[in-house]
Every structure is written in structure tokens, then in C-alpha cells.
Design a protein around this ligand. Structure first.
Ligand SMILES: CC(C)(COP(=O)(O)OP(=O)(O)OC[C@H]1O[C@@H](n2cnc3c(N)ncnc32)[C@H](O)[C@@H]1OP(=O)(O)O)[C@@H](O)C(=O)NCCC(=O)NCCS
Length: 144
């Protein structure tokens, strides 16, 4: 069974590096990682950390109201498709709603578009390129 727990920024780094930064010369530490209102989630299977995600207060001028940004969403390859990502997002929706956050948004890799759409995110605007990582869409979900 997979369960979700709050973890530290430090705990997210090995999976960020492995899944999101392999051969990609971009930082694996993000501005805001250590902010007091940032939330880091880990998904565990048999006490092994298999997926991570981070939720940070960040405003995108395209949206209104209080906002969080989802960053560093990653599941170890061998556990992808086993529900860890979905569980972390569902847990985040509950917690962010309790904080009266109106919008959760992210810069989504094209390959992950379908994953986010299944959790109720919509694309906003045009595709854009992030160096070394490829094409992205801004995606958002209204929480209220
Ligand atoms: C995208 C990612 C975070 C999804 O996490 P995950 O733990 O594999 O996702 P889940 O197992 O919770 O999947 C939930 C649903 O989305 C689907 N899904 C997951 N990844 C998908 C993908 N890349 N493309 C299409 N559908 C996907 C699953 O099939 C599942 O569908 P179901 O509910 O109908 O069964 C993970 O695959 C990953 O780490 N990919 C590489 C890194 C990456 O692209 N991160 C996102 C950066 S924006």
C-alpha cells in the first residue's frame, strides 16, 4: 500500500535528481524550498520513498486569488503508474483547500499533461520551452 507523508526539502532531492535532473544541468534545489509555507510530500511503499512533490506559495499573474505552485513532481521510474502521484495531488488538494488556496498551478512537461488532466488540471496559454527540459504548458486547477 502507498501512503503519503510530509517530508523535508532535503528528502526530496535524491528523487528530483534521479527523475527530473538526469543529464540536465539545472538546479535540483528550488527557491522557496525552505519557506515556512512550503509543503513537501513523499509517497512511501513499504517504507521506501518512491515519489516526491512540493507545493509553494507563488503567484502567477494569469490567475486570480491565493495560489500555490506545484514543483518537483516525480515518481521513481519503476513505480510510475502505481498511483503515487495521484495520491500526493489528492492529499495536496485537501490541505490547500483548508488553507483557502484558490488555484494550484504548475509548469507541466508535455509528457505529464495527461497525468495532470486526469487530476482536473487544465492548460493555460501556449506551449513554451524550458531549456534542457523541453516543451511545457502552464496548467492550473481551481480548488474552490
Ligand atoms: C508524471 C508522473 C509524476 C506521474 O506520477 P505517477 O506516480 O506515475 O502517476 P500515477 O501512477 O498516480 O498516475 C495517475 C494516473 O495518471 C496516469 N499517468 C501517469 N503518468 C502519466 C503520463 N506520463 N502520461 C499519461 N498518463 C499518465 C496513470 O496511468 C494514472 O491513470 P489512471 O488513474 O487512469 O490509472 C511520473 O510519471 C513521473 O515522475 N514522470 C517523470 C517526471 C515528470 O515528467 N514529472 C512531471 C514534471 S512536470
Amino acid at each position: 500500500m502507498i501512503y503519503i507523508k510530509e517530508i523535508s526539502a532535503q528528502d526530496t532531492f535524491p528523487i528530483r535528481l534521479e527523475v527530473l535532473r538526469k543529464n540536465i544541468p539545472l538546479p535540483h534545489e528550488f527557491n522557496g524550498d525552505l519557506d515556512s509555507d512550503t509543503i513537501h510530500f513523499g509517497a512511501f511503499k513499504n517504507d521506501e520513498l518512491i515519489a516526491v512533490s512540493s507545493f509553494m506559495k507563488a503567484t502567477n499573474p494569469n490567475f486570480e486569488g491565493s495560489q500555490y505552485q506545484l514543483r518537483g513532481m516525480a515518481t521513481l521510474t519503476k513505480y510510475q503508474g502505481s498511483g503515487a502521484g495521484k495520491l500526493m495531488l489528492q492529499q495536496a488538494f485537501v490541505i490547500l483547500r483548508k488553507k483557502n488556496i484558490a488555484v494550484l498551478w504548475c509548469n507541466a512537461r508535455i509528457l505529464a499533461l495527461n497525468f495532470y488532466q486526469k487530476q482536473g488540471f487544465k492548460t493555460f496559454g501556449k506551449k513554451f520551452e524550458i531549456s534542457y527540459v523541453g516543451e511545457h504548458y502552464v496548467m492550473f486547477k481551481n480548488l474552490n
